[in-house]
Each structure stands twice: as C-alpha cells, then as structure tokens.
Design a binder for this molecule. Structure first.
Ligand code: AMP
Length: 210
C-alpha cells in the first residue's frame, strides 16, 4: 500500500503516519526528517538547505525529487510506504507520477489555520535528544526540562509564530492544490481533524478499511 499524508504543518501528519506505519508494517518517509538529519550532519545538501528550512520556505523541487525517488527504491519500501510531508508541490507530484509511482490513498488532514497556530505555539523539543513536548497537551514534568535526558527544551526555529504564518501561506499556495490533483485521480480522502489523536487514527483506519 502506497499512501500520502497531506495537511498543513502541525496538522499531525507525522504522528498519524508513525502510528499507521507500525500497524501496516511499512516505513514512513518524512522529507522534513531527512532534511533535518542532513543539516545536523553538516552534509553539502544540509548546508545548501539551511536557509530555506529556517525561514520555513520550501526546499527546491529538484533536490526533494532526487531524495524521494532514491529513498523509495530502498529494500524496506518493497511492500509500500507512507509519505509524510512530500509531495508538497504539483511539480513533486508530477515527478512521482512520471516515475510510475501511484498511490492507493492520499489522506488529507483538514484543520483550521487558527488551530494550527494555537498548537504550534506550544510545541517544544529537547535540544539534545529531540523528544517532543507541548506546553499544554503534553507538558514535561519540570517546565523547560526534558523528562528523558534533563536537557533544555527549545522551540524549533520554524515553529516561531511568524514562521508558522509564513509556512501556512506556503501550504495554501503550493501544497493545497495537490488536493485537486489527487481528487482527479480518485484517491483523495479528506480526514476531518478530531479532538484527539486516537479519534483521528480511528477515522483514518475506517477510510482505509483496516
Ligand atoms: P516538515 O518537518 O515536514 O514540516 O518540513 C520542515 C521543512 O523542511 C519545511 O518547512 C521545508 O523547508 C522542508 N521540506 C520538507 N519536505 C519538503 C518538500 N517535500 N518540499 C520542499 N520542502 C520540504
């Protein structure tokens, strides 16, 4: 089964993709994670993309297409995979199609901009081990300190409120048109965001019939 998660930044694509990945025993491919790892390792690609990522802008299509087409050829993808955060532009979607890759379902998590802004303003991450927290919905035991390794909790630079607004604008302009693209191909499945992670998962499982 080949699946895509579409949705605004902070919609919960990564969380739902991770849960589904374990249930279906297929990998999740997150271009955001691949790019962050490249930056952390200081690779030439990592250096090239740093300024785009920190400003919340999209990384150029050619680079993303190259990364993703190589990744889906790896052995662990032979039974299918879940794309999280990719494609994000029509050009990326067309490149996947041109490579003969088709998708069974494109799950589009529907959530309002205001809810995203409220959610992301509370998001925190451990600067050492990367463990995620949320000031309201998943607070650490001690404010500002990681439960796991006791290091400092910080806000990701691209979660700063101004950057979140810019990322939402980019989502509406460049990524949302993918809904029409996949609707035309008969694979778009809107997922109404639910009050809890579990309820959203239940809706996704119903759509997929699993
Ligand atoms: P994410 O973790 O999916 O929110 O991605 C974080 C950042 O990585 C985005 O704001 C972009 O700068 C970059 N990025 C991730 N995936 C893509 C993609 N498919 N196309 C372009 N840029 C991407």
């Amino acid at each position: 089964m080949n699946l895509i998660f579409l949705g605004a930044p902070g919609a919960g694509k990564g969380t739902q993709a991770g849960l589904l990945s374990r249930k279906l025993n297929i990998p999740t491919i997150s271009t955001g994670n691949i790019l962050r790892a490249a930056m952390k390792d200081g690779t030439p690609i990592g250096k090239e993309i740093e300024s785009y990522m920190q400003a919340g802008h999209l990384v150029p299509d050619a680079l993303i297409i190259d990364i993703i087409l190589k990744r889906v050829q790896e052995a662990d993808c032979s039974n299918g995979y879940i794309l999280d955060g990719c494609p994000r532009t029509i050009a990326q979607a067309e490149a996947l199609e041109a490579a003969g890759i088709h998708f069974d379902k494109v799950l589009s998590i529907e959530i309002s901009d205001q809810e995203i802004i409220d959610r992301m303003s509370g998001r925190l991450v451990c600067e050492h081990c990367g463990a995620p927290y949320h000031a309201v919905s998943m607070p650490p035991r001690t404010a500002g300190v990681c439960d796991v390794c006791r290091s400092k909790l910080v806000r990701r630079p691209d979660d700063e409120p101004e950057t979140v607004k810019a990322r939402l604008d980019i989502y509406h302009e460049k990524t949302e048109p993918l809904k029409a693209f996949y609707a035309q191909r008969g694979v778009l499945a809107p997922v109404e965001n639910q009050p809890s992670i579990e309820a959203t998962t239940a809706e996704i499982e119903k759509i997929l019939g699993i």
